[in-house]
Design a protein around this ligand. Sequence first.
Ligand code: EPU
Length: 337
Amino acid sequence: MTDKCNYSLLAHNTFGMDVCCHRFMEYETVDEAKEVARRLSDIRAPHLIIGAGSNLLLTTDYDGVVVHSAIKGISIVENGQEATLCCGSGTTWDEVVGWTVSMGYADLVNLSMIPGEVGAAAVQNIGAYGAEVSQTLTGVQAVEVNTGQVVNIGAEDCRYGYRSSRFKQDWKGRYLITHVCFRLNRNAPFILDYGNVRSELERQGLLQPTAAQVRQTIIDIRRQKLPDPKALGNAGSFFMNPVVERGQYDQLVSTYGSMPHYEVDDRHVKIPAGWLIEQCGWKGRSLGRAGVFERQALVLVNRGGATGSDIVALCQAIQTDVQQRFGIVLQPEVNIV
Ligand code: EPU
């Protein structure tokens, strides 16, 4: 295991923030995770569990212990049409998607090219193109920080919602996730009716696409819309898409007839934050060294040398404008520390 003091987090966050933590611990096995739990209990300093830092905005040095899983590996047990997939929490998420697609499973294909690692996927309930990880996730194995015990947590206990779970709420910091398991099915249907996935496939003449073709199409769509963090620091969608009461939606749509929306349930409607931000004139604009991406207004970017405070200032300016114009308070999706 790794246990270092005064450690730079520059390589651990896709926004490219050059900040340090007081101590950094990384575990490669379940036993090492137990050892990390023991040391955390001894030290009693605050701790922050990170994945690949692709949904993280670091605003200052962290005066505590940053913990990262480096447990790698993918294993599968196949049983007829079904399979149980188990992945180390430090495995790169897209490696898992690519591997399952190459094995002939389409369950995770819509989640292609989402940055980050498996453990964070289970914390964040990552989603894209009409799919969420909670639809296939069956359970999580973790070490409880306070007791050092290995626990198996069923998906039903994780209270998955849109980009949320108990790991972000009352369980925050409580578990060091070591493995995440999924149920796959060879007959899993494709979900193509979200955004322009189907029209992109049809444009290529792919009326009955394979999982590999859907994966490539989703990768191409994402590449067009989302900046590569290696070239331009960012953490994907900075805000969540707000869910509003139907009454508020009806009022808004009577003024803004072109407002896109997704049905949530009888009483709620989800509105794309990117559209709200664009309407406020922020798309492509900058505030100091922090900017709003030209091709997707939901993505805030580091134009070079921005600090976490620069990004937060831009976030607040956008929140103020969207609230004044639409009466909607945008909530960050990114974890701001
Ligand atoms: N839109 C605009 N202007 C913009 C951006 C979007 O008008 O600048 C409109 C689009 O025209 C479209 C709608 O907003 O009608 C939705 O846009 P898009 O399909 O790009 O998706 P999104 O709602 O902005 C969500 C997820 C993304 C995910 C995509 C595709 C959240 C917070 N974001 O974005 O997830 O990839 O859908 O499923 O739910 C992430 O979480 O980091 C992420 C990238």
